[in-house]
Design a protein around this ligand. Structure first.
Ligand code: IMP
Length: 426
């Protein structure tokens, strides 16, 4: 199979970075297709840790072409900082192309994001405050600047003159300072000088690569439950992390996504507000949070913790067409004596066989769980499924049965090679 798409099956932070990094080494092309610097993961390469927010994971491999595709929102200051960080660590040769259709995220998007969260008071979404929502709104309103606009400075100026007065009305409504067209133009002129050679029509590039049977890895960002359409609206991001959005965000046909690898943690976490049916608190949650270092990579917020939630995962498996699963952070569960798995949802005392589409109904969900014994052994050196403690094997087999999907990859510690691969995918 020449393409592989990766999707986070929960609320983000599933450990996608490690698996993406593993497959990025085997790919010709690594594509990020949606979201922006609300994402964040660190990867280990030749003993050095790199924090990536916008750049695809293939960036550390010289032979890989990395694509920031059409559906992305790109904060150019953040992108240039990431590239500088790479340079400072001695990575000077990389292959990066940026879609001329990708949307530019500007400082006023960040201001509006922050002001709006404040204005929502008790109803805030808990965004990463990186301006993602306001930037996608401008795209839908056709009031945004795209990467391709940097290729012609005169028309960029005209575009800013049309857009900025409208943005200023919005900023002033929130009590913010109006922005100056010249200031933004100067910022973008500088970005244009630094990035213009990388801005191309990435759909032409990707379609050609696909026809030539190149190995393409579609890197996931965020998680399915944060999808604007199918997540826990309004506590979601402003794009779709589902693999089904990839064709529309890259210009490739539906058939280009021929294998879908879902990534899930051995338990659940979520940052930000919103319903979370399998949530737990107290000492058990604390032990999992500490052992799993469950604090936001981008915001450093402590993550909310819950048990693995089968109805939620089944829903995501079905809407995304997941064909294979990787389970991450399995070693963390040795922090507790007993592990629970949510197997059923009830609303008003009645069992339901779907994930409610409204926050109103979802917040009424009561869960039924099963309990399995944990293990105390250190699993980080296990090289095969058979080497795992019996209780650990039983946990995996139980999930496979409940989800009706095979778990082909098992991550037993943060290290890159501490991964049991039961089936080669790419
Ligand atoms: P936004 O994407 O910054 O607008 O944030 C909307 C919601 O998505 C918030 O609950 C964020 O915490 C969450 N979110 C966005 N990106 C990520 C991610 O990469 N990992 C986990 N949560 C995320």
């Amino acid at each position: 199979m020449s393409t592989l798409a990766i999707e986070g099956m929960q609320w983000g932070d599933e450990g996608k970075g490690k698996i993406t990094d593993l497959y990025a080494m085997k790919a010709d092309i690594v594509v990020r297709s949606q979201g922006g610097n609300n994402a964040g993961h660190s990867i280990q390469h030749n003993g050095v840790r790199y924090a990536l927010r916008l750049l695809p994971s293939g960036i550390l491999n010289e032979h890989v072409v990395n694509v920031l595709a059409d559906g992305m929102v790109i904060n150019p200051t953040c992108l240039l900082e990431e590239l500088d960080n790479l340079n400072n660590k001695g990575i000077t040769k990389y292959n990066l192309v940026i879609s001329s259709r990708a949307t530019i995220l500007l400082p006023y998007h960040i201001e509006i994001d922050k002001a709006r969260e404040e204005a929502l008071k008790g109803n805030k979404i808990g965004t990463t405050k990186n301006g993602i929502g306001p930037c996608y709104e401008d795209k839908a309103a056709r009031l945004s600047i795209r990467m391709g606009d940097l290729l012609d400075l005169e028309s960029l100026k005209n575009r800013l003159e049309a857009i900025v007065p409208i943005k200023n009305l919005q900023l002033q409504a929130f009590g913010g300072k109006p922005v100056d067209i010249d200031e933004i133009f100067d910022l973008l002129k500088d970005v244009a000088i630094k990035l213009k050679d990388r801005i191309i029509d990435t759909t032409v590039f990707l379609r050609k690569a696909y026809k030539e049977n190149k190995k393409i890895l579609f890197e996931g960002a965020q998680g399915a439950m944060l999808c604007l359409n199918y997540g826990t609206f309004p506590y979601v991001t402003s794009s779709s992390p589902l693999v089904t959005a990839i064709p529309n965000n890259t210009g490739l046909p539906l058939t280009a996504v021929n294998q879908v690898l879902g990534i899930m943690k051995a338990y659940s976490t979520r940052v930000g507000e919103g319903p979370f049916p399998s949530e737990i608190d107290g000492d058990i949650a604390h032990r999992i949070r500490e052992k799993g270092h469950e604090y936001g990579t981008v915001t450093k917020r402590p993550r909310r913790v819950g048990w693995l939630d089968i109805p939620q995962l089944k829903y995501v498996k079905e809407i995304s067409g997941i064909t294979s699963i990787a389970i991450m952070l399995l070693d963390v569960l040795s922090a507790v004596e007993e592990i629970k798995i949510v197997t059923k949802y009830y609303v008003d005392g009645k069992e339901i066989d779907y994930v409610p589409s409204t926050v109103f109904e979802l917040s009424k969900v009561k869960v039924e769980t099963i309990t399995l014994p944990s293990w105390k052994e250190d699993i980080s050196n296990c090289k095969s499924f058979e080497e795992l403690p019996i209780n650990c094997q039983k946990y995996i087999e139980t999930i496979e049965k409940l989800l009706e999907c095979s778990i082909d990859i098992i991550s037993v510690s943060p290290e890159k090679d501490a991964t049991i691969i039961r089936k080669e995918l790419f």
